[in-house]
Write a protein that binds this ligand. Sequence first.
Ligand code: B12
Ligand code: SF4
Ligand code: SF4
Length: 307
Amino acid sequence: MREKHTQIIKETAKKLGFEGCGISKAEFLENEAPRLENWLNQNYHGKMGYMANHFDKRLDPTKLVPDAKSVISLLFNYFPKEELWHEDEDLKISKYAYGKDYHFVIKDKLKTFFQILQEEIGEVNGRVFVDSAPVMEKTWAARSGLGWVGKNSNLITRKIGSFIFLAELILDLELETDCPIPDYCGTCTRCIDACPTDAIVEPYVVNGSKCISYFTIELKDEIPTDTQGKFQNWIFGCDICQDVCPWNRFSKPHQIPDFEPHSKLKTMKSSDWQELTQELFREIFKKSAVKRTKLKGLQQNIRFVTQ
Ligand code: B12
Ligand code: SF4
Ligand code: SF4
């Protein structure tokens, strides 16, 4: 049964367009507990208060999903055919936010996944997750052999690099588990050297409260002025530590129409961003993750990098 169910899950993941599917036993993350505790004690979460919540659940899926037996990790590629910015003076938004908000796109797929399992396996209980819940997504993906967590703290695959989203199904089904793979960062330190705000405080550890992604997306207050001049024109998220990663030479473009950028986004110059109106913001970012900052937040980021 275990073997048959595992096979159904892996085939379904492929059919639904996931780039990878790996399985781990649902259990307490013993090694991560002191690391997460230390990360929080150092205040690396800054004002992301939600990271300090649900400490026990975050480390133990059986506390999050009753009777959880397996964590199924899934990869979803978002690497675009081309960058939206071409010149150094262009303002930049990170690749993950070019098209429709991935939370919606992937959540829909996860719901379909769950339905297929109900039809093919019978009664299966569990929950689906992408990003927002207290689940250590990178750790689970690494445990299940889909890749390794690199020195920039992102999950990297040997096949298509790191421009991938992570998602999970946590189920009450016993399944065949996969084995972790080695760390292929070796002696490389490109991401650490390239980070303009020194947010990668030591290999594998990112001080979230120093990351451009935090300043431009998460932080609701004014951006501290001691970081002025360091953002290299990133106004929503930051891809620097992934763009420099040699493993991203293996990235290949996604085939997801929903992730295509709005046509007007492709031609935005710095002056267009600075004149961004509510009307255009609504049109371009109607279904986008960029909506999170609202126009006001995005304008604040634009001013911060252009003044
Ligand atoms: C909070 C958060 C952020 C914060 C904090 C970042 C961080 N590194 O924690 C901010 C806002 C800065 C952020 C930025 C980004 N994020 Co984010 N973020 C998350 C979130 C919600 C939680 C991550 C978390 O648990 N952090 C807590 C810390 C403690 O965990 P950790 O970083 O994994 O740290 C581990 C290592 O430090 C390790 N460790 C510590 N010491 C040592 C020592 C050794 C020797 C070793 C081996 C390991 C090790 O142990 C820690 C615990 O496991 C996840 C979604 C989720 N629910 O998992 C998405 C997620 C990690 N983010 C994602 C993305 C895409 C990004 C950005 C690329 C977006 C962008 N372009 O701007 C950037 C990348 C910045 C970076 N270099 O990390 C993706 C990553 C996909 C991938 N391929 O890995 C996720 C998984 C969302 C998703 N579902 O796809 N993010
Ligand atoms: S996303 Fe940018 S600011 Fe954040 S750690 Fe990577 S390079 Fe540094
Ligand atoms: S840039 Fe180098 S050190 Fe950083 S994650 Fe990629 S391979 Fe690892």
